[in-house]
Each structure stands twice: as structure tokens, then as C-alpha cells.
Design a protein. Sequence first.
Length: 531
Amino acid sequence: MERDEDADAQIVKSGMAIVIGDNVHERLVEGASVQLNLLPVLLEGEDGEARLSGVRVKADGLADVWEEIDFERLNRFEMIVADEPVARRIRTHLMAREEKGEGVPPAVIAAVERSRTANAARSDEDDQIFDGVLQLPQAPAAIAAQLSLILYAHRAFARRYQSAIEELNLNRRIFRSVTSGICVTDATRQDLPITYVNPAFEVMTGYSLEEVLGKNCRFLQGAERDQPALELVREAVRDQREVVAVLRNFRKDGTPFWNELSLSPIRNREGELTHFVGIQTDVTARVEFEAALRESEKLAAVGRLASSIAHEINNPLESVMNLLYLAERTEELHEARVYLAAADKELRRVKLITSQSLRFYKQSTRPQAIGCAELVDSVLDLYQAKLLNSDVRVERRERSTQSIVCMESEIRQVLNNLVSNAIDAMHGKGGRLLVRSREATDWRSGGRGVLMTIADTGSGISRESLRHIYEAFYTTKGIGGTGLGLWISSEIVVRHHGRLRVRSAAGGADGSNGTVFALFLPYQGLVPESK
């Protein structure tokens, strides 16, 4: 029977194509398709040869020599039932289309004669290329039942496939629409070549997808290959784990920018690493703002220090003026010498304070070795008057004699913040300031260093405040505080590969209030530069 080509063009996925040479078998399958509510389309001519889009195809069992097939037309059907040789050829071509991701192909069922299957052994490999094997002839109800099971499984697979395609398309739209740069690298290949970047990455860096495919991301680093944060990224790649690092990168036109990289490993179902995904955010404005905050805190610290120095210098200068007045009016040489000696002592005190203050804020250009006692002395000397006025007694215990390599001015700034906060916590009430140092080992890294403890018997810090003390702008001093001191101090300690911990008790019924800051610094937190 001939089919009108216009009618064939209207075939949809609800149809069943039948390519069977035996007329009896053909009618059995056609009847089953009607029971399954599938439109049967008999692709066969009056001369006993099957026709697919006008191309004559032998369908007499083994003679399946084709010259051309319109597989695009076959792909419109939901199910194809064909003699095994024809079904094998159809399935081979449809599998190639499926591997290219061109959608779910029709279910292909191979029709075989029952007498053949009884006399010839069939391999599982032969059956696996088909969605089903239909033995003919058999009862119409059995044919309908078998085709119904195959159709149900095929539709379930098609739904899962469609859902997966929709999810994939959604992920693609998300990747393309997010404002952060996304970069995917192949972890199974040498040097982690880039396999995908989204449009935001292209806008951020100035490089197109075609320019970066197959390259390692290090080209963004320019000549700055020794950034400390790069070691964090290398360790995360080596250990196949997540990491967040801020890197100084360069756009295609050479302009620098700060890139906050969030790197995550991607694994397959077997748990094997296949890719790394990097989420990149331009945080240049934030980094520059934080740098401005640090400078602002330095200026604020200078102001606080100037106030302390004024108090420290004022008393000895007044003493000098009084002693000179007395020495000028005495006629006894011995008595005058006593007055002048006392004045000299007070002037030496002034000289010490000024030299300590100048040294305190002199910017370090490179790491230097310095002892803990010297660091602590330089800080406590500046707070002598404030300690006296606040009725705070200093208790020191030095058990560390080895020097540490550090940026001297930065560590002084940390100690200054800790001592100043401790005095403020006891202001008006008096108390004890305990300053101790000893050799210690960092339990995380196993590195040796010095542990300095700054403890006070002040009012303590609440649990809520303890969770925020290292955050920028968080302060419990009201308008008298900037909220930057501990935030910057914590950054300095991290840069020196140290640790800053705090314990505090507030509102204790037995009056056991106070705060303890423990500062660990490795002996060589920073390596001095060669001259």
C-alpha cells in the first residue's frame, strides 16, 4: 500500500513504523499498535519491498541492502518494529544520532521468526542493541503486552532524558547569566586546561572563550607568580579540596585587579576528580577600601599614642622645670648637683619615651629579628602614666629568650592594641595587667615559636561580643572606638603565620572577670630578605 507523503509529514511521536516483509506478521503488529493507541504506519510497497521516504528497501529477511534512508523521518516515530536485519541497520544509525546528543531516538524492536530463534542461538550482545526482540508469530494479546512493556520503559527513559536536558539547559543559562566569572578546567589532563568560561569571565578579564580554551589559568597572574595566596591554591589543587583566595590578576589590556577565587573540585559518580570549577569575583574596590581602613586605623592609633605620650612627657618636664628652679636658687654646690642629677634623670626619661614612640611607628621595610622583652618594653613604656592613673599593676614573667623574625612595627601595633584594650577594660577600677611570654608549639602546624599572653582583670567580654571582635567596625567602646584595632591585628598575625586566641569571663558571680589574649608567633613567621 502506498502512503501519501503529506500524510507522512504529519506523523508525530505517537506513531509506530512497521517494516516487516511477512504480511501475516505485519498485520499482527499493526493490530497491537492500535491497542496501544499508536498510529501504525506501514513502510512497505505493493511489490513486497519496504519503502522509506521513497527509497526501496529489501525486507525479505536477510536481503537488507539499502542505498539511502531518510532517518530524519524515522526519528519522528515513537516506536519502530522491523525485521531483524532492517532493525539492526536502523538502530546502528539511530545510536550514532543519540551519541551526538540529538535527542531520544525511537524504540527499535527487532521482529524475528519463532522458528529461527528456536533453531539458532542468539547472543545477549545481539539483543542489547535493540530495545526489544519480538518473536513472531504469537498471540495478539502477547504481542500487545510485550510492546506495551517496551513502550512504558521507553517513555520513562524519554521523560528522564528530557528532564536532564532541561536541567542542563537551565544550568547553561545560569552559568551564562551570573555576574561572577566562572572557569571550568579539566582535572584529568596535564596542567588543568580550561574547557569553559562564561561571558562574565570574558567581561572581567577581557579574554574571549576562544583565547583561553586549553590554557592554564596562570596567564591571569602576569609576572606576579610569587603571591602568598597562590600557595593556598596550589595546596588545594594538590589535595583536591575547596579553597578561597584573593589573587592579584591582570586583564588582557594589562590593568591589574584583585580576584577573589573560590575553587571547588567536581567528581563523578565513582568519586573520581574530573574538573575544577573556579568562581571569580572582582573585589578590587573592597581590597582598596580595606587598605584605606588600615591606614585610617594607623592614623587613629597615632592619635591615641600622642595622647599617651603627652601624659608621659608632661610629668617629667614639670619635674625638670621645678628642679632647675631649685638648682638656680640654691647656694649649696652639693644640693645643686643633686637637683641637676634628678633633672638629668627626668630628661633621660623623656628621651626614652620619644625614642620609643619614634621607633614604635617607624615603618619596617623588611622582617627583622627582635626579642619579646624588647617588644613588650617599648609598648609598656608608653603607657606608664596611663597605668599609674588607672591604678593598674603590671606583672611580667619572661621565659622566652629567643628572638622572632617579624615586621617589628606591625607586631608592636598588635601588642599596643592588646595592652590599650586591657587598660581600658580596667579603667577607673584598678586591677592587674599580666604580661607573659614562653616558648611554645603550634598544635596545628607543629611549628615552634613564642606564646605571649596579655591578661587583665577588667570587666570581661560577653559571648555575643566575642563572636564579632575580629570584625571591622565592631566596637564596644561607643564613639571612643573605631572597631578596627583587633580586625587589623588579626590580619597582621595571620600574615605572620601566627594565631591570636581569646578567652574571657564577664559578669561572674564570684567576681572572676577578665580577658586573656594569647598571641602565638613562630620564630620565623616572616623570612628576612637577603641584602
